[in-house]
Design a protein around this ligand. Structure first.
Ligand code: PLP
Ligand code: COI
Length: 342
């Protein structure tokens, strides 16, 4: 089958309609067989709990084309397990891991003409989501749920790709409360962060860096991604916090960093450590590794690298990660799975 007619090398991180998405309903205590739906509009009760009380969680993962034309997906079981944790935390019916994987494999096969060609730098981004759909007006969990899996071909989240971005430490707006839901992927967290992101963009920054909401001393994460730094003595350091999303990309980078012989420290990282870093970066499925050239904190601006190019360690981490994702090297961590397309 011919690929869709798209400018693959220039894809932004935004929605392009594909051939179909999948819909599965949870009613009377069980999930149905699912349906393939071409129309990308859905129909919901005006009283659905997802609309009024934010009973929604989602995931994000990527499919890459290997040099031989096969399709491979990165760490799908981890996303499946994280979606279970997200659903459970906001009292929604979780989706079994096998059902999550089967749905995504089917979705990718049906939309295979939208898998960006190997070498284009783009990927097929998969968005599974669960919505509470019972018509309730009191604040309580739905009994019925809709699981959908959709996909769209994307380029890098930050338009700059591997060109370093500027961050600003946000002290006046919190993304997540200490005992809240910052550690799961629920839509409300992103709505909560919009005003901080917009404020940062208006001031000329690509994104914010949040601090822990309790003490405003430790680094949490950026709006759409985790944060890591490389110290002058070549340690990979990344915040340990119960108010950030446990990033699958960050977890992978920690393993790659160890494999490169770096010491890895996942621990509370004080904002006072920012001047001690030689490289800094954001990491996530959408962000991959986006290098950070400066972080503004109150009246200080801490700078990293030459401001134009990715630092040598971040660059090596990026290469090793994306080489595995794109099937260019042996996947010794067994992170990728082939998706049958025939
Ligand atoms: N933090 C937030 C708030 C995110 O939305 C994401 C993206 O999923 C990440 C971190 C990175 O997580 P992952 O690497 O699993 O995509
Ligand atoms: C991802 O990286 O997959 C995400 O969901 C982050 C999102 C803000 C684009």
């Amino acid at each position: 089958m011919e690929k869709a007619d798209l400018n693959w090398g220039e894809l932004p991180f935004s929605y392009i309609k594909t051939d179909c998405h999948l819909e599965y309903y949870f009613r009377n205590g069980s999930w149905d067989e699912g349906a393939v739906v071409a129309d990308d509009k859905i129909s919901l009760s005006v009283a659905a709990t997802c609309l009024h009380y934010g009973q929604e969680c989602f995931e994000g993962l990527k499919v890459f084309e290997a040099p031989d034309g096969s399709a491979q997906i990165f760490r799908i079981e981890e996303n499946a397990r994280r979606m279970i944790r997200s659903a459970q935390k906001i009292h929604m019916s979780p989706l079994p891991v096998d059902m999550f994987i089967d749905a995504i494999f089917k979705l990718v096969k049906l939309n295979k003409r939208f898998i960006p060609p190997h070498g284009s730098g783009a990927s097929l981004y998969i968005r599974p989501l669960i919505l509470g759909i019972s018509s309730l007006i009191g604040v309580k969990p739905s009994t019925d749920y809709l699981f959908m899996a959709m996909c769209t071909p994307v380029g890098p989240y930050f338009r700059t790709g591997l060109k370093p971005i500027k961050l600003i430490v946000e002290e006046d707006i919190d993304r997540a409360a200490p005992q809240g839901v910052g550690d799961v992927k629920v839509g409300g967290n992103y709505a909560a962060g919009l005003r901080a992101t917009i404020k940062a963009k208006e001031a000329g920054y690509a994104e914010v860096l949040y601090l822990d909401a309790g003490n405003k001393e430790y680094i949490d994460e950026s709006g759409p991604a985790n944060f890591f730094g490389i110290t002058h003595d070549d340690k990979y350091i990344t915040p340990d916090s119960n108010t950030i999303l446990p990033s699958i990309t960050n977890n992978s980078l920690m393993a790659i960093a160890k494999d490169m012989g770096l010491t890895v420290e996942k621990r509370p990282v004080s904002v006072k450590e920012l001047p001690n870093l030689k490289e800094a970066g954001c990491c996530g499925t959408a962000a991959v590794i986006t290098p950070v050239k400066s972080i503004t904190y109150r009246d200080e601006v801490y700078t990293y690298g030459d401001g134009e190019t990715v630092g040598s360690i971040s660059g090596e981490l990026y290469k090793r990660l994306t080489d595995i994702q794109n099937g260019l090297v042996e996947d010794k961590f067994e992170w990728t799975r082939k998706i049958p397309l025939g």
